[in-house]
Design a protein around this ligand. Sequence first.
Ligand code: NAP
Length: 251
Amino acid sequence: MSTQKLAGKVAVVTGASKGIGASIAKHLAAEGAAVVVNYASSREGADRTVEAINGAGGKAIAVQANLAKEEEVSRLFAETQTAFGQVDILVNNAGIYGFAPLEEINAGHFHQHFDLNVLGLLLATQKAVALFPESGGSVINISSVVSTSAFPGSAVYSATKGAVDAITRVLAAELGPRGIRVNAINPGMVETEGTHAAGIAESEMQSQVEAATPLGRTGQPQDIAGAAVFLASDESSWISGETLRIAGGYR
Ligand code: NAP
């Protein structure tokens, strides 16, 4: 009998071509899940994630879909159904973070963030749960510590993650009767391709966050992935509607 925690399960990880999503995809696969590695534009990154999984004896496919577009969200799950027949685990990780002080906020900035981080997450969840088996499944939303902290210049991004925490609570209540658990992971600052591209990694902001972090460092993607495996597995079978801060003690 397999000792893998997710043997026989199918997981969709959105935004898994790099960063936190890529690490979660690899960790879920190492526990036996077949993984759909979604990406928007980084084909090479997605292929690297898939090759790492398949090379380690796991099972994965890459599916391109811009999750800010409803028809592409639908196609992601149609292709998942064709490839693997069902979905048991959804990790809503795809997200963007742009910082803008109040005077620079405009409709474009707002919609760019909310269309992916909030509407994309809701639509992905809607389409995924339609493919969950009758016994239920697990939805894991990648939120952020910004949902409760206060970084100047992050009003819109933080608002998207506040919405993700609220959605997590509501959908846990709404979907619980179907055996579907919904939880959030709220990472602190994690070094990824995204934080390097945004100029956050190795910035003054990073030094300030590290100084305020009891464990004295920022995170790496694998610091987050173990909790995703836990929340995907039966080991968390009575945990739903929670937000789990993973931030080295940062508050
Ligand atoms: P990242 O390195 O920038 O990677 C983002 C991933 O999302 C990539 O795979 C990217 O795909 C995908 N993506 C972007 N736009 C997409 C779209 N429209 N449709 C589908 N996929 C899309 O990001 P990260 O730092 O790992 O962050 C991942 C998640 O963690 C985000 O939700 C973020 O808000 C959250 N988070 C991050 C931190 C941090 O410090 N890093 C802290 C707290 C929370 P392509 O490469 O193909 O574009």
